[in-house]
Design a protein around this ligand. Structure first.
Ligand code: SF4
Length: 458
């Protein structure tokens, strides 16, 4: 196992037996399951709609080369400027060049996994450019100097009282504020940044090829507010965000907010087709189109379905592994099942093999996914690739080949007594099983001995 895997295991062990953390995650889980039960009322056939969504996205991946060229042409004709980035370093440099050229020293940003993927915040801070998160959850994480905990709810790990304590410590506000008061406080704190920022950086939910339109969804109104007044808008989006036409959004957008408890507040949709040219409010619009190994994912016929993800966070909410080890243990911007499927492909097995084992095959993620991504099957595909690439762990390989040999012959299986089998099991997997759990013991009497005894066979 490489260093990343070792650190991951150490962190996972620390948090997995933290009862307080588990209780917090279970409260979230129960709240989420309540939303799951209530969402089916909106559809006559939810499963069919989910399949339609996956179909739309997978068809787009098949003709992505054409969609990208069409989008580039239409977006440029509309007055936007498109820049292509092969990896995160390219993307950061392109953004820095724009900011430098425009003499920008102050930026606001909205929630985006793609922006986090390229580590833009720390890069710009190093370049002495102030970058402020306007999404409340992201803002809380940046104040406490932490990563996002969940792709859809960055501060999912914090209780209201923990946020209130943090605000009292950092901003001197009165103690024990409730959630509503804390939201008002955040808006007050961010007001100056909203008013004085020179540029806005966002991600994108979809890119419509035949009109060159960027689609951004939100539920806090930050994008709407800031994209109207900020003179420069830079969008960072993966090449996988392309769809063919606006009609497809009638399927994709409602499913993106399927589990939102209040459908009315989760439906702020921003469609940006061209930079604003109204009166004094002339805007410059840039789009950084990022590959960053997405072509490796697209090359995998089965696993490419993961790029259809609409980042609702549902699969994390139901994942027993995510709920046990929490979002920070993943040490990545995309914690939970989605990242665990993506990273072995985008970062390579050498660096990210440990993600392939973060699945119990319970299948709950696949059941709740609003766009029908067969996440459980994709984990298995990655495991197959791991074995094909011969990157599986040596102890596991030895254990499995030994097990297969024995299982193929009842005589071999029964050759040794139960105590020896316990010892053997302990030797191969005790380390992985962990000290806090007892390994199951073999039955003192094997099944064949038991069968012979009850049937009086010699
Ligand atoms: S894989 Fe599906 S359930 Fe998970 S975040 Fe993406 S869209 Fe939501």
């Amino acid at each position: 196992m490489n260093d990343n895997g070792i650190i991951f295991n150490q962190n996972a062990k620390k948090i997995a037996f933290d009862d307080e953390h588990y209780e917090k995650m279970m409260t979230r889980y129960q709240r989420f399951m309540y939303n799951v039960e209530n969402c089916t009322n909106y559809y006559s056939d939810l499963n069919l709609e989910k399949q339609r969504a996956l179909n739309i996205r997978c068809k787009a991946f098949k003709k992505l080369d054409k969609l990208l060229v069409d989008f580039d042409t239409n977006f440029s004709n509309n007055g936007g400027k498109i820049l292509w980035a092969n990896n995160s370093d390219d993307a950061k440099q392109l953004i820095y060049d724009i900011l430098n050229q425009e003499r920008v020293k102050r930026i606001i940003k909205t929630k985006s996994t793609t922006i986090d993927e390229i580590n833009l915040t720390s890069f710009l801070e190093m370049k002495k450019i102030k970058i402020v998160d306007t999404n409340v959850g992201d803002f809380i994480c940046s104040v406490s100097n932490e990563r996002s905990y969940n792709i859809n709810d960055s501060a999912a790990h914090k209780t209201t009282s923990q946020v209130a304590d943090l605000y009292t410590e950092k901003f001197g506000i009165k103690e024990n504020c409730n959630a509503k008061q804390l939201t008002v406080c955040t808006k007050q704190i961010l007001k100056e940044d909203f008013n004085n920022s020179q540029a806005l950086i966002t991600g994108a939910n979809f890119l419509i090829s035949n009109t060159g339109t960027i689609v951004l969804t939100e539920n806090q109104g930050n994008i709407l507010k800031s994209s109207t007044f900020t003179p420069i808008h830079i969008v960072v989006a993966g090449i996988d965000k392309l769809i063919t036409s606006i009609d497809e959004l009638s399927v994709l957008l409602p499913l993106s907010s399927l589990y939102e408890p209040n459908k009315n507040i989760s439906s702020l949709y921003n469609f940006i087709s061209k930079p604003s040219t109204d009166g004094d409010n002339v805007q410059k619009l840039y789009l950084i189109l990022l590959n960053n190994n997405r072509t490796n994912v697209l090359a995998k016929e089965k696993q490419r379905a993961i790029l259809s993800c609409v980042q609702c966070g549902a699969c994390s909410d139901v994942c027993p592994i995510y709920n046990t080890i929490g979002g920070h243990t993943y040490m990545e911007c995309n914690p939970g099942p989605v990242g665990s499927i993506l990273y072995p492909i985008t970062k390579g097995m050498e660096e990210a093999a440990h993600f392939t084992s973060l699945c119990t095959s319970c299948g709950r993620c696949s059941e709740v996914c609003p766009v029908d991504i067969p996440l459980k099957d994709l984990f298995l595909e990655n495991r197959k690739d791991l074995v094909k690439e011969n990157k599986s762990f040596i102890s596991e390989r030895n254990f499995i080949s030994n097990l297969i040999k024995k299982m193929n012959s009842r005589k071999n299986l029964d050759k040794m007594g139960s105590s020896f089998k316990d010892l053997e099991l302990s030797y191969f997997i005790k380390k992985k099983w962990g000290n806090k759990r007892e390994l199951p013991k073999h039955a003192r009497e094997s099944f064949s001995d038991y069968w012979k005894n009850i049937n009086k066979i010699n």
